[in-house]
Design a protein around this ligand. Sequence first.
Ligand SMILES: [Zn+2]
Ligand SMILES: [Zn+2]
Length: 294
Amino acid sequence: MLLMAQRVTATLVLIQNIKKMGTQMTDSHRRFLQVLMSHGILEGSAVRALHRHCCEEHKVHYSHDKLDDFVSVINVQLQSLFMQIRKGVSEDDGRQYYALVNLAETEITKMASDYAENELELFRKTMDLIIQSDNGFASSTSILNLSDQLQSKKMKKKEAEQVLQNFVQDKWLSEKDGEYTLSTRCIMEMENYICNTYQDMVNKCNLCGTLTIQGQVCDTCGIQIHLPCVARYFKGHTEPHCPNCNDFWSHEIPALHQADSPHLPSTAPKEAAPAAREKRRAVPSTSGRRPSRS
Ligand SMILES: [Zn+2]
Ligand SMILES: [Zn+2]
């Protein structure tokens, strides 16, 4: 009995020491978290610039290839709050993003404090439309038509238009030429919810393994691939073949948007002097709160 108690104590001490050694939060980590929190989501190059800025500002050793370590120090602290900084990839252009994700609330309840009941219903119905569509988009007309079918409380079209704009502003939806899709933030935060709710309707990308809303589907075997993953995988191929069944890939191969976005490990470029890129992007300011709405 005594021996077991001793062993447990020893293990606890060991865990505590590991925590002390590897996971010390400094002011640079706190600053970094604060900025990310105020934005909700930030693009990879902005995060790299922010990492550098926070280290320099607080006189902490900076190394550009230590961003993942830096983030994991914060993530250890966030565990008890059921939050996590997660890395994800945009379905539009394949660029990398970092988002602060709430793990405690796995449903649309994440949005509950910001929206009225009928606005949340509109969001759920919009999500249905997007996921049931062939291309991962829903037109504004089809969304606005839902506004007088809401069970909680009907909405005027004008009102619904404004709510839709708020969804975009708050980064839950993104808009392209009057068509709406789920934003990168939404997919990162709600991946589990979406997979559980729409089990048979959604697929994971055959190449990167994450949820696919916009993608190309193999005519033969039915696997789905993100557009940026398609672009990267088939780059330079004159006769593209499905990576799963090897049949001819009949879709048009989209152009590769960004050369600097590591997504698939096999083709990830080495981080090449990011200075020139980062100069153009200002470090996000800590006062950059999301715009308030009346
Ligand atoms: Zn993919
Ligand atoms: Zn196939």
